[in-house]
Ligand binder design. Structure first.
Ligand SMILES: CC(=O)[C@@H](O)[C@H](O)COP(=O)(O)O
Ligand SMILES: NCC(=O)COP(=O)(O)O
Length: 250
């Protein structure tokens, strides 16, 4: 079964926020992704709104509802009261809870499930009562007990944090070690009845080996690598368009 692809729009939003201008248009890039067959859109609104702004959420919700009703909206973040209220207003199909500190540059670890059992159980139950699927960001460290504890919170899925694997792009031997750890974590998650997502620093180059070890991955969410490829593969045509606008014969 192929994994679903949810396109993370944070990097597009970060480019937009460099200027007080409405481009690149986050919703337009979401539309392009969904027209190209992506299964859904992911955003990770951080408290300082440095990339996704809270006002992006209803726009993306409307895009999916009006034009891509089969697609899913996935909102990721640390479950503050503000974040939970944003989710309740945007009604994403999936919420991915991430143990981020507000000052973190990006997500870099999964939950301590045992240490946050009661907090996570309350949050999961609040979101599920409103019909949202809940996924919990998890280290891919092969810890089977952590998957038991994740299951006990009532969550539906875990999202394996693949950053350490993504960081092995120039070290195939270390990549094999990380794949093995991620694979053992996924096995433990499946054994307790959790479905498994994965994300962070995934690329066209590193996805196939991950899919081979975890063929039942439900979904991958990808932003940074996918946006980098979009720039690379769209650059030549864009330069030609600008040359035409300069009056050049192209
Ligand atoms: C949970 C996760 O791995 C992604 O959401 C990642 O944190 C993207 O966030 P940034 O785009 O802010 O780095
Ligand atoms: N959940 C991970 C995600 O949405 C995207 O992470 P990245 O591809 O931007 O590293």
């Amino acid at each position: 079964m192929p994994a679903k692809l949810s396109v993370n729009l944070n990097a597009i939003a970060m480019l937009r926020n460099r200027r007080e201008l409405p481009w690149p248009d986050v919703a337009q890039f979401g539309r392009i992704a969904l027209e190209a067959g992506a299964s859904g859109l992911t955003v990770h609104p951080r408290p300082d709104q440095r990339h996704i702004r809270f006002t992006d959420l209803p726009v993306l919700r409307a895009l999916i509802d009006d034009s891509f009703p089969q697609a899913e909206f996935n909102i990721e973040g640390y479950p503050t009261e503000e974040f939970l209220q944003l989710c309740e207003a945007a009604e994403p199909e999936q919420v991915t809870l991430v143990p981020d500190d507000p000052t973190q540059a990006t997500s870099d670890h999964g939950w301590d499930f045992a240490g946050n059992r009661s907090f996570l159980t309350d949050v999961v139950s609040r979101l599920k009562a409103k019909g949202m699927r809940v996924s919990l960001f998890a280290d891919g460290d092969g810890n089977a007990e952590a998957m038991h504890a994740a299951r006990e919170t009532g969550a539906d899925r875990v999202e394996l944090y693949t950053g350490p694997y993504g960081g092995c792009y120039d070290d195939p031997e270390r990549a094999k070690v990380e794949i093995d750890r991620l694979g053992r974590t996924a096995d433990a998650a499946f054994a307790v009845g959790l479905a498994v997502n994965a994300g962070h620093d995934l690329t066209v180059a590193n996805l196939p080996a991950l899919m081979k070890r975890i063929p039942n991955l439900a979904e991958v969410s990808i932003g940074h690598g996918l946006t980098a490829d979009a720039l690379e593969f769209g650059m030549a045509e864009t330069v030609r368009r600008f040359r035409r606008a300069c009056g050049q014969a192209v």
